[in-house]
Design a protein around this ligand. Structure first.
Ligand code: SAH
Length: 234
C-alpha cells in the first residue's frame, strides 16, 4: 500500500484539493503541535494532507512550521513520497504567468548568508534533490519545471534576487527547501508542485498580487494535484 503525504502551508492552497477528494480531518492527531492531518483512502492507498496549522488566527507560513510539519509527518505517517504543494512567485523573464503550475527540479535557500564562510554557504544554500520521477511526471502532464528557491520573506530584496538568479531559481516560496531539508535527512523523496500567484519581476506589490491571485492559483493547483494523484495512485 502506498502512502503519499502533502505538506501545505496555507489552508486556502489545500482547501479545493481537500474538498475534491473529500479528505477528512483527523482532529488533534499531532497535538500539541499546530499541524493538522487530513486523510483519505484512494484506490487502496493513503493520501495524507498535512497543513502547517495556525497561530494567532493566521496560517503558519515559512520554514520553521514547514520543518516541524514535515518532520512529524514523516515520523508518524511513514510516507513513500512527500509532496510540497503551494503557491510561489514566478519570474516574467523566465516565462512564468499567473496561475501556471510547475514541478520543481531542485530546491535551494536564497536568504541564508554567512559571509566569508564557504562551507556554511554551501550548507546554507541547501541544493536538495527532488524525487527522481519528477521530470517524467512533468513531461507526462505537460508541466514546466523550475528550481524552487526558498526564503523567510514574501518580499524580494536585491541581494535575494542576485542569489536567486545566480543559482537559477525560478519559483520563489517560503517553505520548499525547508521541506526538502527534512526529506533529505530521512531519505524520503520529495515532489514539488507550485502554482504562481505573483511575478517577482512584474513591478507590482507582491502582497497585493499574491492576495488577488491566491484563489485562481489554488484552483489550478487542485487540477494538477488531481492529475498527479490519478497518475501516482492508480
Ligand atoms: N499574510 C499572508 C501570508 C502569505 S505568505 C496570508 O496569510 O495571506 C505567502 C505564501 O505563499 C507562503 O506560504 C509562500 O510559500 C507563498 N508565496 C507566494 N508567492 C511568494 C513570493 N513571491 N515569495 C515568497 N513566497 C511566496
Amino acid at each position: 500500500m502506498k502512502k503519499i503525504c502533502y505538506i501545505v502551508a496555507m489552508e486556502a492552497e489545500a482547501r479545493p484539493f481537500i474538498e475534491a477528494y473529500n479528505i477528512r480531518l483527523v482532529p488533534d492527531f499531532f497535538a500539541p503541535l499546530p499541524c493538522q492531518l487530513y486523510e483519505a483512502e484512494v484506490n487502496g492507498s493513503w493520501l495524507y494532507v498535512v497543513l502547517n496549522g495556525r497561530q494567532h488566527e493566521m496560517d503558519l507560513v515559512g520554514c520553521e512550521p514547514a520543518c516541524v510539519a514535515t518532520q512529524v509527518a514523516i515520523q508518524r505517517l511513514h510516507p513513500d513520497l512527500v509532496v510540497s504543494s503551494g503557491t510561489c512567485g514566478g519570474f516574467k523573464m523566465k516565462g512564468a504567468n499567473i496561475a501556471d503550475v510547475y514541478i520543481g527540479n531542485g530546491a535551494i535557500f536564497h536568504d541564508r548568508r554567512v559571509s566569508g564562510d564557504d562551507e556554511w554557504n554551501v550548507q546554507g544554500l541547501g541544493n536538495y534533490p527532488v524525487w527522481e520521477g519528477s521530470a517524467e511526471l512533468a513531461d507526462k502532464l505537460g508541466l514546466k519545471m523550475g528550481k524552487v528557491t526558498t526564503g523567510s520573506s514574501l518580499d524580494m530584496q536585491p541581494i535575494d534576487r542576485d542569489i536567486i538568479l545566480e543559482h537559477g531559481g525560478e519559483l520563489k516560496d517560503m517553505e520548499g527547501a525547508a521541506v526538502g531539508f527534512v526529506c533529505q535527512l530521512y531519505g524520503v523523496p520529495v515532489l514539488y508542485v507550485k502554482a504562481v500567484t505573483d511575478l517577482c519581476d512584474g513591478g507590482e506589490s507582491t502582497y497585493e498580487e499574491f492576495s488577488r491571485n491566491l484563489k485562481a492559483a489554488s484552483e489550478t493547483l487542485r487540477q494538477v494535484n488531481e492529475q498527479i494523484i490519478s497518475e501516482l495512485l492508480r
